[in-house]
Design a protein around this ligand. Structure first.
Ligand code: FNR
Length: 178
């Protein structure tokens, strides 16, 4: 069994990024299990490094037992949302005990336009590399949420091969680097 910790950077019920994560999950090979991180966390406070809140400890445990990490991010004001940064900050601490070190990872993102969270993903890539994750470079996924899903929230036919290709490449990346 292979476990992927999935960080979706939007709390919105109808989130394009949540739909994108679910679409990728559908195409993962047999035996690969997605576990979604609970992003509803207290704000990170360094005073609590010696006494982590239970939800932050659970997040660290999720990442530590996972074989890989998938970040699925919206773009807020040309970067990735604070909700996602907050979760990453918790799981990266205390100093010297980051849960992310060496984990195979990939970043994808959706926005409501054709740019597909390009700048958010670039900013997040910098963070993931600093955290010493084994980041997959290709294929990149810059997804237009407005045209990419139908009324039922299902992936449109024209995007199926692209997203399936990403899922297969990511599964291989995790197997090769876990
Ligand atoms: C946005 N949005 C946005 N889109 C974009 O392409 N570049 C940007 O810089 C921003 N900035 C931005 C800031 C804030 C505060 C919000 C709420 C939204 C629009 C964004 O792409 C859109 O709301 C997506 O639907 C967000 O992703 P989810 O929630 O659908 O996953």
């Amino acid at each position: 069994m292979t476990t992927i910790a999935v960080f979706v950077g939007s709390l919105r019920k109808e989130s394009f990024n949540l739909k994108l994560a679910k679409a990728i999950e559908n195409f993962m090979p047999e035996g690969v299990n997605f576990e979604y991180a609970d992003m509803n966390l207290p704000l990170y406070n360094q005073d609590l490094d010696g006494d982590f809140p239970a939800k932050a400890t659970e997040l660290k445990q999720l990442v530590e037992r996972a074989d890989g990490v998938l970040f699925v991010t919206p773009e807020y004001n040309r970067s990735f949302p604070g909700v996602l940064k907050n979760a990453i900050d918790w799981a990266s601490r205390p100093w010297g005990q980051s849960s992310f070190t060496g984990k195979p990872a990939a970043i994808v993102g959706a926005s409501m336009g054709a740019l597909g969270a390009t700048q958010a993903q670039a900013a997040l890539r910098n963070v993931a590399l600093f955290l010493d994750m084994k980041l997959m470079g290709q294929p990149e996924v810059y997804f237009n949420g407005t045209t990419g899903f139908d009324e039922q929230g299902k992936l449109v036919e024209g995007s199926v091969d692209f997203i399936r290709g990403f899922a297969q490449a990511f599964a291989k990346h995790v197997e090769a680097n876990r």
